[in-house]
Structure formats: C-alpha cells, structure tokens
Design a binder for this molecule. Sequence first.
Ligand SMILES: Nc1nc2c(ncn2[C@@H]2O[C@H](COP(=O)(O)OP(=O)(O)O)[C@@H](O)[C@H]2O)c(=O)[nH]1
Ligand SMILES: [Mg+2]
Length: 344
Amino acid sequence: MFDPAPILAGNRRALARLLTHIENAAPEAEAALAALFPHTGRAHLVGVTGPPGSGKSSLVTELAKIYRGAQRTVAVVAVDPSSPFTGGALLGDRIRMRALAGDPGVFIRSMASRGSLGGLARATADVVKALDAAGFERILIETVGAGQAEVDIARAAHTTLVIEAPGLGDDVQAIKAGLLEAADILVVNKADQPNAENTVRALRASLDLAHPAARAWVTDADFAHHGASAPPPAAESGQPAEGDLWLPPLLRTVATEGRGALELVEAIEQHRAFLQRSGEGARRDRDRLTHELETRLRDALLAELVARVGNGQLARAVERVVAREIDPGRAAKELAEQYPIRNT
Ligand SMILES: Nc1nc2c(ncn2[C@@H]2O[C@H](COP(=O)(O)OP(=O)(O)O)[C@@H](O)[C@H]2O)c(=O)[nH]1
Ligand SMILES: [Mg+2]
C-alpha cells in the first residue's frame, strides 16, 4: 500500500523516489498517483516554451527567484528530449539553477528522455501532479517548442509563455501557429541584443494572424506590463459586449540581468487571476482532464483489443490495408466487431 503522507508532508526523498517511478512507468506509480490525485489541483502550472537557446532556462531561474522572494514555493520541470539527463544543456541548466540550490521551497527536476514523446508528455503530466500534491504553489515547466508533444505539454499548463529571442535565425517563422495560439504571454528575451526590435515586430505580425481581435491590445512599452486583461472592444463586431477577454501581452526581458522578470511574474499572476474570475481556468481544467481520460481510455481499449484479437490478426489487417484490399476504416470496424462487449 502506498502511503501518501510523506509526500503530502513535503518529504523530498519520498517525492524524488516517486518521480523516478513515474519516469520509469513503474507499477508503484499508478497507485501512488491515484492516492495523491485528490490533493492535486492547487498549483498554478506555467508552461515555458520556445526554441533552444532563447533563454527559457535563464528566465525560469529568474522567475523562480522572484517567486521565492515572494514566499511562494516553486517546482521546475525541465523537459528536453534532445538532451539526456547527463547532457551538456542540462548540466548548464544545473549550474544556472545553483542559485536556488539548498532552498527547501524549490524543487528542480529534469525529465530524462525515455520512450516515445507521447510517453514523455504523460510522464511529465504525472510528475507535475506529484509536485502539485506535494504542495508546490507554482510549477514551471520548460519545454522546447519543437514538436506536437512539446506543444501538448505547454498547452497542459494554466499559463503558457512563448519565449522568442533575436539571433536564432529564421526564428519567429519557426514558431508553430498552434504554439502561438496557445500563448497566454509572449516574451522577447535577449532584449539587450541590437536586433531585438526586429523580433518584436515579427512576433507582433504573427500574433496579429493568430489573434486578429487582439491587435489593439498588444502593448509593449519598454519593460512595462500593460493591463492585458481588457474589456472587449465595443466597436468590434462579433465580440461579446461584456465579459473578460485575455489578450496575450508581449513583454521584453533580459534574463541574464533579471530585467523584465518581475513584470513577467506580474503578468503570470494577472493571467492566473483572470482564469479564476472568468471561469476560464475551470473550463481549461475540465478540458485537460477530459482529454487525459479519453487518451487513457483509448490506450486501454486498444491494448485490450490487441490482447484479444492478437498481434497476428492486427498485422494481417495492416497487410490487407497496405495491399489496398480493404480501407483502414472498414478494417478497424471489423477488428472492433471482434471485441466482445461484456455485460458483467
Ligand atoms: N545576451 C543575452 N543572453 C542571454 C539572455 N538570456 C539568456 N541568454 C544566454 O543565452 C544562452 C541560452 O540560454 P538558455 O537559458 O540556456 O536557453 P534555453 O535553451 O531556451 O533554455 C545562454 O548562454 C544564456 O546565458 C539575455 O537576455 N541576453
Ligand atoms: Mg533550457
């Protein structure tokens, strides 16, 4: 029997052990997560995504420092499938994070790259649940905004930051439209670089495409955060006449000097307040849990089906589809019909 008490009481060794079980998809993890689940839902999850080298880790460190200064406990989850646990990038992260070492109000975890990216996304979600149950108030999740799995991880957060920086080549183009749509706050880091304004301009142009109605609200005075939660424009057709609307602000930061980090924390907290008062937070929570339940149900049913019809039959169906003897839809239906629904 898993005893959740040590983790709920903040025992770091018990927590670290559980996180390892989760990463290894060990059988112990399932029971532990079930016991901890009623204690989740309190943390505010912040996804930090963007291209490699844009300064995500540097920014996350600054955000963590500010939260600690405000007596908030913070957990950091660094997800980078391209860098294994002992890889150079994460070593760099560790050195950077040394400023936070030894602080019992901070917990830092780098996710090892194991199995599929889908598996990584699930393991990350479960690691975050464990940290949430352990009482960390803010959980910062760093991911490289490269593929769908990373976008999914970022989307699973309450507040998603998309970080850009000048000098990364054709950088803004590299931001997937889906990622930009998922952005609650946009950051141009490395604002100390001379070509930062080009990045700001390019990002704002992309933002206009992703959020056409937001155009008038994207403000970006130097290192100042302007009220991002504005009433919708009365003149704009098709807009609700009242209610809360969040329009992603665009902020500039210099992570290496900590500039703009306080404004960024303020923007995150404003977004959190917006989610709470508008009901949008509850809606996102429901969406996230619905999605998780459906994904797990699909996986379970598929595993069950494969166990019943056998791999041979599945392989034969694939061959028939490849040979164009049968279309994938019919093949799936035929297999599914062999799955007896029990009424017990
Ligand atoms: N000039 C400048 N360099 C920065 C800034 N933020 C981060 N860097 C540097 O950019 C490099 C990549 O930063 P890192 O935080 O590891 O980026 P990540 O790959 O997105 O996590 C490091 O050498 C940082 O020191 C900044 O605001 N200005
Ligand atoms: Mg990093």
